[in-house]
Design a protein around this ligand. Structure first.
Ligand code: ATP
Ligand code: MG
Length: 450
């Protein structure tokens, strides 16, 4: 915490100048005002300042000034100075919360001593406030991004540090690890939190439409462009643009994005004039940047421009110590959603949770918790059955069930490939018509129309 600034308020110019000199010689940074109103105009809550004020001033006197300050921030120390030795006034000022009361004339040492103590006090108050707000913020983040594993704690620390900056951030993590949650937290803890968080899934935009979707177009730019359309980059201005699955964005468009980032301007399709844009960019990918560059899904130049900051979210199997608290949370939420009381899993259930590899990460855990709540399997075996390799069979995986499931899959697939032409399916699978009909009936398969 830096040393508070000192504001001197006095209508007497020579007093202001001499006090200022003493304080500056002692190494303080000082501002002075000839009217209390001028100081009140700029003083706000949480400002790192202390005040020295004369009592006898025109319009707002020192006593009224100190009361007004107490309304803004009661912990800003105020040192009052008066030439009119008046014990009862001094007593009242101190009772109102003034920090100290000095009588003119005074030795420089006297005011330096008082200032030094006031400065220490303010510093402490500011430090406490900052600590408290950090704790509140961290607490909020803990509720959004659950997990106490050291890797998750380090990630949350990074998020708290990066959120308030304007840095572009790339989030890397397997599917379902919480990339979107992290992106939203970065926005919600930034100074842009009141503005728009615009999420764009690059994988969901057809390559041919990527440019018009992202950069917008003018009326008549191409057939069907009826009226001017703002692209996502422009729409996110003032806020945060989240480009999810960046590696699905066509390379040519990545090049345009890079130019937009560098010039802070975009040009709509069919226009010659650039438009300024001001968005903070957060991107996400479920493969590492190296993999994306090697497979030519990510431009190197864009990556170097973006990777100012990279956040990696560990897979759930790398933080198994978080599984049980996440599971309880999702169980609680699911129970509320479906309005029921779940039986908590017993030891067998928890060991099944721990033994699982969680390829779908937190999303998979959440969906298991929802299915757990709705399932009417016995409590002891519920989780092990829900987590059994997906055979498509609700009850789990006996050999006969797996064989039936596989057989159904083969017939369905063959029917589909031959557009329901039964003769070809019979030939391919080598079974007579009657057997095929029976099996189709048993597996509830119908002929797809040709
Ligand atoms: N640490 C966490 N605490 C609480 N909920 C979480 C956490 N991580 C993920 N979730 C939840 O899990 C689900 C998946 O998260 P999210 O959509 O952010 O994953 P993702 O990495 O973006 O996945 P994908 O790559 O498939 O898009 C969401 O419902 C999210 O709320
Ligand atoms: Mg996502």
């Amino acid at each position: 915490m830096s040393t508070p600034e000192i504001y001197i308020v006095d209508d007497d110019r020579s007093m202001r100048d001499s006090t200022r000199q003493w304080l500056e010689l002692a190494g303080y940074s000082v501002r002075d005002f000839d009217r209390a109103a001028k100081a009140l105009d700029i003083i706000g809550q949480d400002m790192n300042v202390i005040i020295i004020s004369d009592v006898k001033m025109p319009k707002i006197d020192g006593i009224a000034f100190q009361k007004a300050l107490a309304g803004i921030d009661p912990d800003i120390p105020v040192i009052l100075i008066t030439a009119h030795g008046d014990i009862s006034m001094a007593v009242e000022a101190i009772r109102n919360g003034a920090y100290d009361f000095l009588e003119k004339p005074f030795e420089p040492e006297r005011i330096l001593d008082s200032v030094q103590r006031a400065v220490e006090k303010r510093k402490l108050i500011m430090e406490n406030r900052e600590l408290r707000s950090q704790l509140t913020a961290a607490h909020g983040l803990d509720a959004r991004l659950v997990g106490a594993n050291p890797k998750m704690r380090a990630l949350k620390q990074q998020i708290m540090g990066l959120a308030p900056t304007e840095a572009s951030i790339m989030i890397v993590g397997e599917t379902g690890t919480g990339k979107e949650v992290v992106a939203r937290c970065l926005h919600d803890w930034s100074s842009r939190k009141e503005a728009l968080f615009l999420a764009v899934n690059c994988a969901a935009i057809p390559a041919t439409m990527a440019e018009s979707e992202l950069f917008g177009y003018e009326a008549g730019a191409f057939t069907g462009a009826g009226q001017r359309h703002r692209g996502k980059l422009e729409a996110a201005s003032g806020g945060t643009l989240f480009l999810d699955e960046l590696s699905s964005m066509p390379l040519e468009i990545q090049g345009k994005l890079l130019r937009a980032l560098e010039s802070r301007r975009i040009t709509r399709l069919g226009s010659n004039t650039p438009t300024p844009v001001d968005f903070r960019l957060i991107t996400a990918m479920n493969i590492t940047p190296d993999q994306a560059i090697d497979s030519e899904k990510l431009r190197k130049d864009l990556y170097y421009r973006l990777n100012t900051m990279e956040l990696t979210i560990p897979a759930l199997r790398e933080r198994k110590d978080d599984i049980s608290s996440l599971f309880s949370l999702f169980l609680e939420r699911a129970a509320e959603m479906y309005d029921c009381l779940p039986d908590m899993p017993g030891p067998a259930g928890y060991s099944a949770l721990m033994a699982h590899d969680w390829p779908g990460n937190v999303r998979e855990l959440k969906s298991i918790a929802e299915r757990y709540v709705l399932s009417n399997l016995a409590r002891e075996e519920r989780l092990s059955k829900l987590l059994a390799p997906d055979t498509g069979a609700e009850e789990g995986a006996s050999l006969a069930q797996q064989v039936r499931h596989f057989e159904r899959h083969l017939i369905k697939d063959s029917l589909k490939r031959h557009s329901g032409r039964i003769n070809r399916v019979m030939a391919e699978l080598g079974i007579p018509r009657r057997t095929l009909n029976e099996k189709m009936a048993r597996y509830k398969l119908s002929r797809p129309s040709a």
